[in-house]
Ligand binder design. Structure first.
Ligand SMILES: [Zn+2]
Length: 130
């Protein structure tokens, strides 16, 4: 997995950042510099990127909460520039339980629909800001 850095603990689950998450900070600095953004626009862009990662963390917490219902602990949640990962102590054998903890696109159920509100929320936030 590579080196990770502990950020905080949420409901007993350690939240960590993969070392490559630093690339996200470089990306933000690059975009701010490339587009010569004003301070206000830079803050808005940083908040947008933060909001995106809050959504990723909430998504992973959704997996963790689903797993907790089956007494499966989450070792940690790791965020990286390409998304997040909730590392579960175990993967349930029973398909119904497995799908609720680890849904795939093919069998997406509403257990994973904590994403559904995020895009509209980000859109509304963007509209309110701009
Ligand atoms: Zn997921």
């Amino acid at each position: 997995m590579g080196r990770t850095f502990h950020l905080c603990t949420i409901t007993g689950i350690p939240l960590k950042a993969h070392w490559s998450f630093g690339l996200t900070l470089l990306f933000v600095a690059y975009v701010v510099h490339l587009h010569n953004l004003t301070v206000a626009a830079s803050v808005g862009f940083i908040l947008l990127v933060l909001a995106m990662f809050v959504c990723v963390i909430l998504h992973e917490l959704g997996h963790s909460i689903a797993a907790r219902r089956y007494n499966i602990e989450t070792l940690d949640i790791i965020i990286s520039p390409i998304g997040g990962l909730a590392r579960l102590q175990d993967i349930p054998e029973e398909p119904k339980k497995r799908n609720s903890c680890c849904p795939s696109w093919a069998n997406c159920k509403c257990y994973d629909c904590n994403n559904c509100w995020m895009l509209p929320a980000l859109h509304i936030g963007h509209k309110a800001y701009s």
